[in-house]
Design a protein. Sequence first.
Lengths: 235, 77
Amino acid sequence: MFKFFSSTNIYLLIQKLIRFINSIFFLILLIGLTFALVLSPPDYLQGDAVRIMYVHVPSAWIGLACFSTITFLSIFNFIFKIKNFYFINKSIAPIGLLFTCLAIVTGSLWGQPTWGTWWAWDARLTSMVVLMLFYVFYILTFKLLKKEESIIKVSSIIAIIGSINLPIIKYSVEWWTTLHQPASIKITGSNSIHPEMMLPLMVMLLVFLLYAALIFLMKYKTEIIRIKKKNIKRN
Amino acid sequence: MISNFITMNGYGFYVWLSFSVVFISCVVVYFKTKKTLKKYEKEFLVELQTLTLEEKNKALKNSKVAQQILAISPKVN
């Protein structure tokens, strides 16, 4: 069982997965864009500006999901000292930063036609900026610190402290009066989004997830090669 | 109809700019990641070249990763 998780087996699996994602990605992207830009109906209030949702919402979800994953793996790494989690976190963090930045930028572009302003220091927007800053600090530990042990310690602390911000982001629209609308999609309870908009959103989420997986696999593969290069003479 | 698609009924600037920002950022990150991966693969092969024939054979025998990298880079023997 544990032999399956050796870096060699993971490396071989990564190559297969990259090939698989490459083979289906453009087809799903094309379907997603057709739904998002052509087939999806305009909103009765926001008109065609609502189409920004198809890039804004998946970006925000992935930004949050990446930081949640980093936090869980950091805690596990802190307790069980599994080095692989350190490399996984190192590969995930830039993806999370990218999507958090995209969520902020596209949110700003959506805010201007709907709220009449590019930016407001309200709870949801500010907490997303805080998340972005935590990503920046987290990535900086890999760049600035030299010792691997120090990197694991400092980055884990940043991830655990940063995780306090995750429920703040989620419930900011309920706890405070904000410009941002409350959640339209709920895991428990009914959704306030029409199925004709829900389907494009889910397809675009799949596109973003496949892209994130592709970048993660390439980054993780780079990490494996870096380790193998270091150990090449010991083999 | 095409005109409506381009102008998005007055929201074209915001919609197209949002999609463009996402598309360009993702393309840039993809190629940057790919370039770094290729750089490390190349460095790995250069490192492999510095080994003696015996060490190289041993490394190739013991490391499937080394075999795979060598297999996708036929220029370096």
